[in-house]
Design a binder for this molecule. Structure first.
Ligand SMILES: Nc1ncnc2c1ncn2[C@@H]1O[C@H](COP(=O)(O)OP(=O)(O)OP(=O)(O)O)[C@@H](O)[C@H]1O
Ligand SMILES: [Mg+2]
Length: 343
């Protein structure tokens, strides 16, 4: 499905005629939450795409909106940006109700939603210039300079003269990001920003997101990549099947789950047998490692005893420890499911 990138040029009919004349203050008092939803719901026929979502995105956070395919991330973002009407519930962005205040809110928001729509016959640079020209709040005198600087930030300077139809997926994604960065924004809403990027490109975009956040921009990004969220986000919300599972600071979310026991040994078969007898569950054996869920505190079995039992059974233990719990552990603990697409 072709996506689009959003900016001030995009408005929805629902915003027409109801635009308040006051503008949103860009300095001074910060709004505590930049995005706030209250039982936000979107139904497509029988399908509940988003189900009673109440989300709070603190100002200054890099907020990861995490969920498997089809969990309602893009639908939520479309509602936040005033592109579709919620079935019920409320959303506020920068303190203003959406979609009612779409026209006054969007100039302060840079957004990239499910891959940008581009004019293939224009170069990447000309796409940006044209996009900026469609923005009534953009200053034409600084247009070229702002476009060059945005191209530079996303690493597209060398490819800026190439026709957009010859862009790779990752290059298109970068150009969509550049469009979101043409003006200083209070909020960036990025739907799967690293989609289609190679590992190096992903690192660059993550670094860029951190840099933008350090300049004071709140970044809301969706992803189905757990490790990406862990690397770049301060806060996260986890979605499954349209529902919010949990939200909060990333460190707290991951701390809610126990880490996995990891034993490195050439004697994996013996190690797995001993660990199983001692109550370690969900054992996974690879070439030189055995991992599993350590027994709970209620069993009275501590890690030192596990290690001693392995050594006592003649297992050559080369490494022994508990990996820090990941968001994936937390997700599995909360949902009882893996990170797969719901049917
Ligand atoms: N326009 C639509 N009409 C009908 N159903 C839709 C529509 N848009 C989304 N859905 C359904 O709503 C659910 C949520 O979709 P959504 O695109 O929001 O998921 P997502 O979390 O963004 O997934 P992905 O990670 O694949 O981008 C899915 O079951 C999808 O099939
Ligand atoms: Mg999506």
């Amino acid at each position: 499905m072709p996506g689009r990138y959003l900016g001030p040029a995009v408005t929805t009919s629902s915003g027409e005629g109801k635009v308040p004349s006051t503008s949103i203050s860009t300095g001074g008092m910060a709004t505590e939450s930049v995005i706030e939803t209250d039982t936000l719901t979107k139904r497509y026929g029988k399908q509940l795409a988003v189900d009673q979502l109440s989300l709070t995105v603190p100002a200054g956070s890099v907020f990861g909106f995490l969920g498997p395919n089809g969990s309602g991330k893009t639908t939520t973002i479309r509602m936040l940006m005033g592109l579709i009407e919620p079935t019920s519930g409320r959303a506020r962005v920068l303190g203003r109700p959406m979609p009612r205040d779409t026209r006054s809110v969007l100039p302060h928001v840079g957004a990239l939603i499910e891959g940008p729509a581009l004019y293939g016959f224009l170069s990447g640079r000309d796409n940006l210039l044209r996009y900026d020209a469609a923005d009534p709040t953009a200053d034409p005198r600084t247009r070229r300079a702002r476009a060059e600087s945005a191209l530079d930030r996303v690493g597209l300077t060398a490819a800026a003269g190439k026709k957009a139809k010859a862009y790779s997926l990752g290059m298109k994604q970068r150009l969509g990001l550049a469009a979101a960065l043409l003006q200083p924004r209070r909020l960036l809403v990025l739907d799967e920003p690293t989609n289609g990027l190679d590992p190096q490109g992903m690192r660059e975009i993550r670094a860029l997101i951190r840099e933008l956040a350090s300049e004071g921009t709140t970044v809301f990004l969706s992803s189905h990549l757990l490790d990406e969220i862990e690397q770049v986000c301060t806060h996260a919300a986890v979605m499954a099947q349209g529902r919010l599972i949990t939200q909060g600071p990333v460190a707290e979310l991951a701390a809610g789950a126990r880490g996995r026991l990891v034993v490195t040994t050439p004697d994996t078969g013996d190690a797995a047998r001993v660990l199983k007898e001692l109550g370690v569950t969900d054992l996974v054996v690879t070439e030189d490692r055995v991992t599993g869920e350590p027994p709970g505190a209620e069993t009275g079995m501590d890690l030192a005893e596990l290690n001693a039992a392995l050594v006592g059974a003649g297992v050559r233990v080369r490494g022994f420890g508990v990996e820090r719990a990941s968001l994936e552990d937390a997700f599995v603990a909360l949902t009882g499911e893996g990170f797969d697409v719901a049917g």
